[in-house]
Design a protein around this ligand. Structure first.
Ligand SMILES: Cc1cc2nc3c(=O)[nH]c(=O)nc-3n(C[C@H](O)[C@H](O)[C@H](O)COP(=O)(O)OP(=O)(O)OC[C@H]3O[C@@H](n4cnc5c(N)ncnc54)[C@H](O)[C@@H]3O)c2cc1C
Length: 453
């Protein structure tokens, strides 16, 4: 009989991964440090704990996260089915009774004949085939044990700069140019500021409301990755000599070097979104919208993602992992969940599903067929493998957002575009469904989606 697979961590990803493997007939040893040991954010003794909000966000399939819900339901996700059973009213959001939800998942896994649960903290990398699903707060001992296997491509803080949708940037103000014409000469978008605009912006950054770090997050920043407001607090000119330096740039409208610039780097290969270089921040989201909206060219910005800084253990997955989420230099070790660089309860669940499918294919000598790029599952897969990102992209965790999907061509209003994304996802999902190693109910004919296009 084949050796059992070890899954470490019974959070959202580990629970989903163990369930899917067991459902396909594999024996799984599920190792979870709770209840003996808990991270500073975990409190419940049960599996699949929601450490903060009890919401899995919008259930509307015309949003990227709602589409991910719909797809996970169709593939028979343990987490989504428990969430649906333990749902509480929350408008169009999928919110759950967190205690009942975790108890439900715990009971399903504990009673599965193919799953053996072994409690206790894992301190070393186990022998055999092993899936790490230990999450953003992987215990210190295991992080230390993992480090020699992944080298310097294991990160501990997530310093996320905001991302803005291309179509919402005022292109009569922005100009494309690289400093001193380096690289392609026009790789960056630049938003120029006059001295008065810059001074006002720095004042607002200093006065803006910031998020208070959690007790377990001592604000220890790398000097090369300081929050924008920390740099601003060091003196009025610090930013103008740092990420907002204008050297090597000329505004084509004036022929002059601006006083300061905000540089935007392309976020996805298709150029649908741009990130504000060096703008990682602890400003609250409403303050980011207000203060970054003062930047010339961003007054009507449609924010794809806001900036954040928080404790997060994650791998530089595109550089470290094979397309089946195993380590390039040690394929018996695989990863699932937030540790791969996805962000959020549902995204981590989705990653647990994908890792289980990829591992199943390897163990049965079949071909792993990832969901297509236009589906929410496929978009997340392409994020982790790096296919969704331009060359030289500095890998950063993300929620599922439409910027990860191949763009929809043509000019549409925002709401129409969402319908187009969703309609394409439904079509592509149904074409892919028969290649999954388990029965998948089609999107078109199962419980109705709102999508009509
Ligand atoms: C403070 C905080 C607030 C958050 N708020 C939200 C939110 O509101 N909404 C949202 O969508 N996401 C939120 N997230 C992110 C969310 O928690 C993760 O996306 C999700 O839980 C990740 O799933 P996972 O399975 O990868 O990791 P987890 O759910 O964290 O599961 C990892 C499991 O591994 C176990 N483990 C760790 N080390 C070991 C070890 N050495 N041996 C054995 N077991 C081990 C842990 O006990 C845990 O059960 C938050 C995260 C944090 C830290």
């Amino acid at each position: 009989m084949a050796e059992p697979i070890t899954v470490i961590g019974a959070g959202l990803a580990g629970s989903e991964c163990a369930h899917q493997l067991a459902r396909l007939g594999h024996r799984v040893v599920l190792r979870e440090q709770k209840p003996e040991k808990r991270s500073p954010a975990h409190q419940s003794p049960n599996f699949a704990e929601l450490v903060c909000s009890n919401s899995m966000r919008s259930d509307n399939p015309e949003s990227a996260i709602g589409l991910l819900h719909a797809e996970l339901r169709r593939v028979g996700s343990l987490i989504l089915s428990a969430a649906d059973r333990q749902r509480v009213p929350a408008g169009d959001a999928l919110a759950v009774d967190r205690e009942l939800f975790s108890a439900d998942v715990h009971a399903q896994l504990s009673s599965h004949p193919n799953i053996t649960i072994v409690p206790g903290e894992v301190l070393t990398v186990p022998e055999g085939t092993v899936v790490f699903a230990t999450g953003p707060l992987t215990s210190q001992a295991l992080t230390d044990a993992l480090a020699p296997h992944v080298g310097e491509k294991l990160y501990f803080y997530d310093a996320i700069a905001p991302i803005v949708a291309t179509e919402s940037i005022d292109m009569s103000i922005a100009f494309r140019q690289s400093r001193y014409g380096k690289g392609g000469g026009d790789d960056y978008l630049n938003l120029p500021l006059t001295k008065d605009e810059y001074t006002h912006f720095v004042e607002e950054l200093n006065a803006g409301a910031k998020v208070t770090p959690h007790a377990f997050e001592e604000p220890k920043y790398f000097e090369g990755c300081l929050p924008i407001e920390v740099m601003a607090s060091r003196g009025e000119d610090t930013l103008a000599y740092g990420p907002m330096k204008p050297v090597g740039l000329r505004d084509p409208r004036t022929g002059l070097q601006p006083h300061a610039v905000v540089q935007l780097r392309m976020e996805d290969r298709a150029g649908t979104a741009w990130n504000l270089v060096g703008f990682q921040t602890r400003l609250t989201w409403p303050e980011q919208k207000r203060i970054f909206g003062l930047i010339p060219g961003l007054s009507n910005a449609d924010w794809v993602r806001m900036g954040q800084i928080h404790r997060n253990t994650f791998l530089d997955s595109p550089r470290l992992l094979n397309p089946d989420f195993s380590l390039k230099n040690e394929p018996r070790i695989l990863f699932a969940g937030q540790i791969t660089g996805v962000e959020g309860y549902v995204e981590s669940t989705a990653c647990g599903y994908l890792t289980a499918m990829a591992l199943h294919a390897r163990l049965t000598g079949t071909v792993f067929s990832p969901p297509p790029a236009g589906t929410a599952l496929g978009a997340l897969y392409r994020h982790v493998t790096g296919e969704a990102h331009p060359e030289g992209y500095r890998y950063q965790p993300t929620n599922v957002v439409f910027a990860l999907f191949p763009p929809i061509e043509g000019r549409f209003k925002k709401a129409e575009k969402r319908v187009q994304y969703a309609a394409r996802a439904v079509r592509e999902f149904d074409v892919w469904a028969p290649s999954a190693p388990h029965p998948v109910s089609p999107m078109q004919t199962a419980a109705p989606l709102k999508v009509v296009a």
